[in-house]
Design a protein around this ligand. Structure first.
Ligand SMILES: [Zn+2]
Length: 217
């Protein structure tokens, strides 16, 4: 005897399969990325080779919640039906599921912290918790911080007889500086748009050129 499963029933079953798939993917990623429980800290490295302040290197955020992302699938919104599913609905839901399965899932880690203007929230991609931008353990940053500090000392720390390039921030000996006339659209003191110019200080013709291009941007 053959039992005919209605389209609506098939639709509901597939919905359950998809919910389970999403939940399992989330659990797997939580384990792989070793995401702790809400309330634990996530550290963000805010120093860079160019802006290195030894007193302000790492920011502490608090883990609030986690959700799973399927990048590239957002053109497909999840099909829903109220009562009765038609063949088209089932096909659409199957397509949606295929898109989820083809995507490379990631976690979106929701974190928060109290700043000057109150409670601030941020979403951090799981793949960015790499010991360079973000880390669960502050010691994971040690190598990166050492490297940034060395690069800062070598290229960016203010030095006697040198000036900073306006574009890249590197220190240049004052007698090797490239002076360049930048031309740009600005506003005068009456708010009228007009062509303006000023002399910029750069390490190289390349930085001068890039600065001019960004002003035309
Ligand atoms: Zn430069």
């Amino acid at each position: 005897m053959r039992t005919k499963i209605s389209l609506t029933q098939q639709f509901r079953e597939l919905e359950t399969t998809i919910d389970v798939y999403i939940k399992q993917t989330e659990s797997r990623l939580i384990e792989e990325l070793r995401v702790p429980l809400p309330g634990f800290p996530l550290y963000a490295l805010i120093a860079s080779p160019r802006h290195y302040n030894p007193d302000n290197v790492v920011e502490e955020w608090t883990l609030e919640s986690v959700s799973v992302l399927f990048p590239g699938t957002y053109g497909h919104s999840r099909p829903r039906v109220n009562k009765v599913a038609r063949r088209d609905d089932l096909v659409a839901l199957r397509d949606y599921f295929s898109a989820l399965q083809a995507a490379e899932p990631d976690l979106l880690i929701h974190v928060g912290r109290v700043e000057k203007y109150g409670h601030v929230q941020r979403g951090v991609r799981g793949k960015d918790i790499d010991g360079v931008k973000y880390a669960w353990n502050i010691d994971d940053f040690t190598t990166t911080i050492e490297r940034y500090r060395a690069e800062y000392k070598e290229n960016y720390a203010p030095r006697e007889g040198c000036v900073a390039c306006e574009r890249c921030g590197k220190q240049v000996p004052a007698d090797k500086v490239v002076k360049y006339k930048l031309i740009y659209q600005g506003r005068d003191r009456y708010g009228v748009r007009r062509v303006m110019e000023r002399i910029g200080t750069f390490c190289s013709g390349e930085c001068a050129f890039n600065e001019q291009c960004s002003l035309e941007g």
